[in-house]
Design a protein around this ligand. Structure first.
Ligand code: PSU
Ligand code: MN
Length: 305
């Protein structure tokens, strides 16, 4: 075996043959980020947003020893209903494939798979980052290091507000990852448009994002870009509403000894409960919004080729 075990869905295979714009989508948000059945609904709707933006969606997951680039409806449904899918980052991808298990790709693993499939643009909700209390727990998402080494432009709604955002920005700066706020100066904070922090960079068009993606390749810089796209106005939850709930969920996680891969899914789930479902609605709205922008960036890049 000398080639990566990639399996393309018919829709994605055709898009590759005809040089159409493709947007990668992750699957951990489906298996570990949202409850059934909203997870399947969201995954389907997000794919439709990419299509409406004139690009082709490629949801990525590992099944039966292969990396699937694009899932057919039955596969998407099976994944959304699975209860034993692995949460795959760089560390687990090869092991999952070797053992023939099912795995959902995080931002880090989706970037790796997208790059293997020559897909430049990827849309998600929020990336992982430096957790609150990281000075004690050392919990820093592998997503940050992946952004530093794998040349994919990731469109997210900033880093999740459950994280320590100033520390997340510092690590991204150290790693040489461009953090680009879209259409505003402030770094968005996932469920809210404004984190209170200024983003290091700002761009106002998909074309600029595509240009700088190309320029990084030309310069041989390696690594990706993080585009922080604010949640639409009507969908946001105020930071002041969320902050006490996040603090509470974080305390609960610590008290219950939640660690490693379980931290992010635990916090997201608790915040859905504590906001009585509002955070889930906001999460869905922001992923859709990111899919639209990623579609536009992918089209710009396809037009440049
Ligand atoms: N964005 C969401 N929901 C999620 C995630 C992102 O809206 O569930 C997932 C992504 O797959 C991301 C992961 O890579 O959470 C981060 O996990 P960790 O903090 O363990 O690295
Ligand atoms: Mn972690």
């Amino acid at each position: 075996m000398t080639h990566p075990p990639l399996v393309f869905s018919p829709e994605v295979a055709q898009a590759r043959d005809t040089g159409r714009a493709i947007v990668a989508l992750e699957s951990t948000i489906i298996t570990h980020g949202m409850p059934w059945p909203q997870n399947l609904d969201t995954a389907t709707t997000v794919e439709d947003e990419v299509r409406a933006a004139g690009a082709v969606p490629a949801t990525i997951a590992v099944m039966a020893g292969a990396i699937h680039i694009g899932l057919e409806p039955a596969q998407l449904r099976a994944l959304a209903q699975s209860t034993d899918a692995m949460k795959l980052s760089r560390a687990d991808l090869a092991a999952c494939l070797a053992q023939g298990r099912t795995g959902a790709t995080t931002v880090a693993a989706t970037m790796i798979c997208a790059a293997l499939a020559s897909i430049d643009v990827f849309a998600t909700g929020g990336i992982g980052g430096v957790h609150r209390g990281a000075e004690a727990s050392f919990d820093i998402s592998a997503d940050l290091h992946e952004l530093a080494r794998t040349p994919v432009t990731v469109v997210a709604a900033g880093a999740k507000a459950i994280l320590d955002l100033p520390k997340t920005l510092e690590v991204l700066e150290t790693l040489g990852v461009p953090v680009i706020a879209f259409g505003q100066d402030a770094l968005p904070a996932f469920w809210s448009r404004d984190s209170g922090l200024k983003a290091p960079l700002r761009m106002d068009s998909a074309a600029q994002i595509a240009q700088s993606h190309r320029m990084r390749a030309v310069l041989g810089l390696g690594g990706g870009q993080l585009v922080a796209n604010p949640i639409p106005l009507g969908d946001e939850i105020a930071r002041t509403t969320l902050e006490p709930l996040i603090a509470r969920a974080t305390d609960e996680a610590r008290a219950q000894g939640i660690a490693a891969k379980d931290v992010t899914p635990f916090l997201l789930d608790r915040i859905v409960t504590l906001t009585e479902g509002r955070s889930l609605k906001a999460n869905i709205a922001l992923v859709r919004n990111n899919a639209r922008l990623a579609g536009a960036v992918a089209r710009e890049l396809a037009a440049m080729r």
